[in-house]
Write a protein that binds this ligand. Structure first.
Ligand code: MLT
Ligand code: ZN
Length: 458
């Protein structure tokens, strides 16, 4: 509970209508896609960098935790107010401030929904490639906090590859600008890249300059169905070792297909045990040839059938299936541990085989889907309450296997609190200490999103 004089001060900063303390309101801002919930003391909705600065100065003075929040779609707990305090919600800072066609840039506030920006720039023949599965709900501020990846990373990279500059409020209240409106910039340390992916622990982003591309002239999509996940994985590596770079190359295993089928009430697989979804883009003649190359590789790897999505409606149907998998998995068991592993793409068949062995050893249901084209697989351990300790052991073994292949424990969801135990396994002690020194230098009172990334930032 915050004392009435503090609530009054907050109201003076953002207006009384933008400070929430009612229990029903607080619940709405207490959880993310991990389904872990922790109530804040208050929710504050700023409308400018100056208001954010005033809030952070107050929070520093009073030593109150502050947790920035976009749409709460994160997968690692980044926006969950674990230690209570203030949630800083960006729903009022949701304007697309500028689309600069001549320089192919957009300037936005952090509360803009990713899909809204995509549509706005596409209407002008431009393209914002990062495409998280939750793009219709998630915000660009949240994408920046976690360095979101998504479906098109295999060809176009991830959020950090499109951020040219930021306006950031430091935990101690200073408003800084990083980067510039240029494609090149080596003036001092790259603070933009430091902030992107820092999970709301180093600063609060209040304005974003994004790089845009030209909208590709043509897009071709196909779904290939396989008798087993091994041959689907080999199709992925065969495609990647050829000359075509698809813009999306997704693998969906039997369990994920079944879950999405339950959820959408349709038979997706028709008896197949794995699906590869591939999409190419570019000039019309090129995409026609490239999709044929991808189809050929799928058939040679053992696909029983291949369907091309000729119309936009067919494409939308396929991507709806893919985007529904994450929530659909809750129709199989009441809980899931969502992993976000990434390995060098050629190791996809090996890691999937190892995961199968680990699942069998622990008697667990593990399903896999995701961005196999860039090596990023969402491994989901589906469980009942009594399977928690077996799941934890299996998780440790999977992450150790990933690191043994020189992979990473998180490709795009971030560490949050859900992977904080495992971060030292990947970084080692000295790199972890270097990260903590940065945190302590920028946030000496540890008020900004405490308990995330590091179990203890001291
Ligand atoms: C996805 O690719 O669907 C998202 O990253 C969500 C998830 O992993 O569950
Ligand atoms: Zn994903």
């Amino acid at each position: 509970m915050l004392k009435p004089p503090l609530l009054k001060e907050l109201s003076q900063i953002v207006g009384q209508a933008n400070v929430f303390t009612d229990a029903e309101e607080l619940v709405v801002y207490s959880y993310d896609a991990t389904r872990v919930s922790s109530l804040p003391s208050a929710v504050v909705r700023p409308s400018s960098a100056q208001e954010v600065s005033d809030i952070l100065r107050l929070a520093n003075r009073e030593q109150i935790p502050v947790v920035p929040r976009g749409a709460g779609t994160g997968m690692s707990g980044g926006s969950v107010p674990l230690q209570g305090g203030l949630v800083l919600s960006f729903e009022r800072m949701n304007r697309i401030l500028e689309i600069d066609e001549a320089n192919r840039m957009a300037v936005v506030e952090p509360g803009v929904i990713t899909g809204d920006l995509q549509r706005a720039v596409e209407a002008r023949g431009l393209f914002y490639p990062p495409d998280p599965a939750s793009q219709q709900f998630c915000t660009l501020g949240g994408n920046i906090a976690e360095c979101a990846g998504g479906l098109r990373a295999v060809k176009y990279g991830v959020t950090r590859d499109y951020v040219l500059g930021l306006e950031v409020v430091l935990p101690t209240g200073e408003i800084i600008r990083t980067g510039s409106r240029t494609l090149k910039n080596v003036a001092g340390y790259d603070l933009t890249r430091l902030i992107v992916g820092s999970e709301g622990t180093l600063g609060v982003v209040t304005k974003i300059v994004l790089r845009l591309l030209s909208l590709p002239e043509s897009v071709r999509t196909l779904a290939a169905f396989f008798p087993d996940v091994g041959s689907a994985a080999h199709a992925i590596t065969a495609i990647l070792s050829g000359k075509v770079v698809p813009r999306a190359l997704e693998l969906i295993d039997e369990g994920s297909l079944a879950a999405a089928g339950n959820y959408l009430k349709q038979d997706i697989a028709g008896g197949a045990r794995a699906m590869v979804l591939a999409e190419v883009d570019g000039a019309s003649q090129t995409t026609e040839r490239e999709i044929a190359v991808v189809e050929q590789a799928c058939r040679e790897a053992g696909a029983n059938s291949v369907t091309r999505a000729e119309e936009q409606a067919d494409r939308d149907r396929l991507w709806k299936i893919r985007r529904s998998i994450s929530p659909a998995l809750y129709t199989i068991k009441p809980r899931k541990r969502s992993e976000d592993i990434v390995v060098p793409p050629a190791r996809i068949p090996d890691i999937l085989a190892q995961i199968q062995v680990i699942a069998k050893r622990h008697g667990l249901t593990i399903v896999n889907f995701g961005h196999a084209g860039d090596g990023n697989i969402h491994v989901n351990i589906l469980l009942e309450d009594e399977e928690q300790s077996a799941a934890k052991l299996a998780e440790q073994e999977i992450l150790a296997a990933v690191l043994g292949m020189q992979g990473s424990i998180s490709g795009e969801h971030g560490i949050g609190f859900s992977k904080a135990d495992y971060l030292p396994m990947e970084t080692g002690a000295a790199a972890l200490e270097a990260m903590k020194k940065i945190k302590r230098a920028l946030d000496p009172n540890n008020i900004l999103n405490p308990g995330k990334i590091f179990i203890n930032a001291e």
